[in-house]
Design a protein around this ligand. Structure first.
Ligand SMILES: C[S@@+](CC[C@H](N)C(=O)[O-])C[C@H]1O[C@@H](n2cnc3c(N)ncnc32)[C@H](O)[C@@H]1O
Length: 267
């Protein structure tokens, strides 16, 4: 069941958006709650390179969204599970505005009402909106998408760092399929997803730390992640470790981050 606003604000345990925000850390002056920083420190103490992972995943998100709006020419973006706004760096609507001006439209959809409250303060509430929506209820997501977008034109759906928070029993593949099937040709799906394939023991420790603070995670194998793109045409290099998907000099760290796959598919 969805937490109420007051529960989300007052509960002592972290939310995934807040831990993610804390893990992205000081590089761009972010401030985190102490509770969230404690969780990040627990991950680091368990040997999990969480800062490198979230930064590489964030860099992938920025490159993939730019690819969708600039290279594929898509002006409408449904960003599901955006986490907290980065504030000091780029976000989905600033990228869409840069390339499409007043034609761009973004809908931020997150199950966490605190996340949505932050996006509502950060967006104009008209061309760019935020709604409390649950990916596991794709028909409700689509109803909001139909109200916000012109579905005669393509939409890019962003699902970065979200699907690993959805249990297999909640049919993540079926939910993504339901949304993608409703989109016109020329639309795109952007996914990044945690995997334990390269180092099951290390990713298992991350899962353990996070489950102890009430944040379950479900890493998946390459084939399962590729399954989100079934029937779509790969854009660019296909499904790869996030830091290898069209890397720029900013991702030029060795070794590459291999605990998350990322890809873009064309509808
Ligand atoms: C780790 S953050 C992802 C941040 C961001 N997408 C990125 O790539 O940097 C995960 C976000 O997904 C949201 N989330 C988790 N399950 C969700 C669901 N079923 N429906 C919508 N949002 C969900 C969480 O509330 C959180 O804000």
């Amino acid at each position: 069941m969805m937490a109420s606003y007051s529960e989300s604000v007052l509960r002592p345990v972290s939310s995934s958006a807040r831990v993610h925000h804390a893990a992205l850390g000081g590089a761009d002056g972010r401030e985190a709650y102490e509770d969230d920083e404690v969780v990040v420190q627990q991950l680091l103490a368990a040997g999990v390179p969480v800062r490198e992972l979230v930064r590489a995943r964030r860099a992938f998100y920025l490159r993939a969204v730019t690819c969708a709006v600039r290279d594929l020419g898509i002006a409408q973006v449904l960003d599901i599970g955006p986490g907290l706004p980065p504030y000091s760096t780029r976000d989905t609507h600033s990228i869409a505005d840069e390339h499409h001006g007043f034609r761009s439209r973004v809908l931020y959809a997150d199950v966490d009402p605190v996340v949505v409250a932050h996006w509502r303060m950060w967006t104009d509430g008209a061309r760019h909106r935020a709604e409390v929506l649950d990916l596991r209820e794709p028909d409700t997501v689509l109803t909001e998408a139909e109200a916000h977008f012109d579905l005669r034109h393509p939409v890019a759906v962003v699902l970065t760092g979200v699907l690993e928070e959805v249990a297999g029993g909640d049919s993540p593949h079926g939910c993504v399929r339901r949304i993608v099937d409703a989109l016109p040709s020329g639309s795109a799906l952007i996914v990044s997803h945690l995997t334990g394939e390269q180092d099951p023991e290390l990713v298992g420790r991350a899962v353990e730390v996070l489950s102890e603070v009430g944040l379950p995670l479900y890493p998946r194998k390459f084939e399962e992640i590729a399954g989100f793109f079934e029937g779509l045409r790969p854009v660019g290099p296909g499904l790869l470790p996030v830091s290898l998907w069209h890397p720029t000099h900013a991702d030029d760290h060795a070794p590459p981050v291999v605990h998350a796959y990322g890809g873009v598919g064309l509808v």
